[in-house]
Design a binder for this molecule. Structure first.
Ligand code: GAL
Length: 381
């Protein structure tokens, strides 16, 4: 596990500039919450690992105060907030997180995972409930990273250690954790790396292979995830930066927000293909769910990936890996939910045991092309 130095401020400002750079049409707000979805969904999978044998029973009290006392994980309560259960990648993440927590000695009955239904107010209510319930540690995938300050304040005030996952709070927020020596950390990968890998998979093909319309440029469309999310910002920026760093000229035909959703991406790409036709040479999607939607649109338009268009995503969903193997996707990037969920659980354990954590815990992405897609598929299946 590597700790990465980050300079989010500068990069976020650059990302904002980039995102405005290609028309910026049809920037939609987040989809509304599908339903209230606020109820706790405890122990929806029951993994086979044995809970650790108890050493001593103790109160399920404040974890920070427990450091020198009861550290029997089987007695500890874990609250997990996921921004939206219907997100494909976060489903892989939370399933692995729960399995791993149990394998480390937590009782499945003491792990409560809730669906924020993509609504910050819903999630804030869930956090309040976890505080009232005196959980020993919270693992939070915020709906809005910009709400992190408010979330941190109330969780720290309650004396509960906090592990943020997947949606990275900004640099100023992370600095507060360090300055105040709070038991708060973030676990995630550096999204710049995933964007760079996407761009490299295209630049490695060489201009001649990509420049179907012969204008000397890589003409592309970009389909972005939630614009508030640094993963979307960095992937958008760094995929194109990798092309220009490789000396390629680029032309952005369309840059729109698909909110990580397959159906939204399908519509966006269908429209863009209708508007720009054969000039679209590359479709960049900030994640695989959207790449799968893009592929539907590409196929409906009678285009063929690898022959007259290229398509890349991020996450390494098994369906996308099968497409990479079949040649219907050019490549993807493995967003390692094993490593991220295990690190998040390990960080939670460290807090419970009083060991503490760094305030940023990183992991690496893996570039996936037809050459290694089977290997990654064997791992994720
Ligand atoms: C990203 C992932 C997306 C989506 C998003 C949610 O890391 O690539 O598919 O899950 O997180 O925040």
């Amino acid at each position: 596990m590597k700790k990465k130095a980050i300079s989010l401020f500068l990069a976020a400002a650059m990302a904002a500039t980039m995102m405005a750079g290609c028309g910026g049409d049809n920037k939609e707000a987040d989809a509304p919450a599908a339903d209230a979805g606020a109820q706790a969904d405890a122990g929806e999978t029951t993994p086979d690992a044995e809970p650790a044998a108890g050493t001593e029973a103790a109160d399920a009290g404040d974890a920070a105060a427990d450091a020198a006392g009861d550290t029997d994980l089987a007695n500890k309560k874990v609250g997990v907030c996921i921004y939206q259960f219907s997100d494909n990648f976060m489903t892989l993440f939370r399933t692995e997180l729960e399995n791993y927590l149990v394998s480390q000695g937590f009782s499945a009955d003491n792990i409560t995972i809730v669906d924020g239904a993509n609504d910050q107010a819903t999630q804030t209510g869930q956090i309040d409930n976890f505080i009232t319930d005196k959980v020993d540690v919270l693992i939070i995938n915020p709906v809005n990273s910009s709400s992190a300050e408010t979330i941190t304040d109330k969780v720290v005030e309650a004396g509960i250690p906090l592990v943020y996952i997947n949606r990275e709070p900004d640099e100023a927020e992370q600095k507060r954790w360090a300055d105040n020596d709070w038991n708060v950390t973030y676990v995630g990968c550096d999204a710049r790396q995933s964007g760079t890998f996407q761009g490299e998979m295209i630049s490695d093909l060489g201009l001649d292979a990509v420049d179907f319309n012969g204008n000397g440029k890589v003409d592309y469309i970009m389909v972005e995830g939630d614009p508030e999310n640094v993963d979307a910002q960095y992937r958008t920026e760094f995929s194109i930066k990798a092309l220009t760093d490789a000396g390629l000229e680029v032309e952005c035909l369309s840059d729109q927000v698909g909110n990580w959703q397959q159906d939204q991406a399908q519509q966006i790409v269908a429209n863009a293909l209708g508007q720009y036709g054969n000039d679209v040479e590359v479709v960049f999607c900030n994640n695989d769910a959207m790449a799968l939607g893009a592929l539907q649109a590409i196929q409906s338009a009678g285009r063929t990936v690898g022959t007259d268009i290229y398509l890349v995503g991020v996450d390494a969903l098994s369906e996308a890996l099968e497409d990479v193997l079949a040649g219907t996707m050019t490549g993807t990037v493995f967003n390692d939910h094993f490593s991220q969920s295990h690190s998040a659980a390990d960080a939670a354990v460290n807090y419970i045991k009083g060991a503490g954590n760094e305030h940023y815990i990183g992991c690496d992405y893996v570039k996936v092309t037809a050459e290694n897609a089977q290997e990654i598929l064997d791992m994720v299946k």
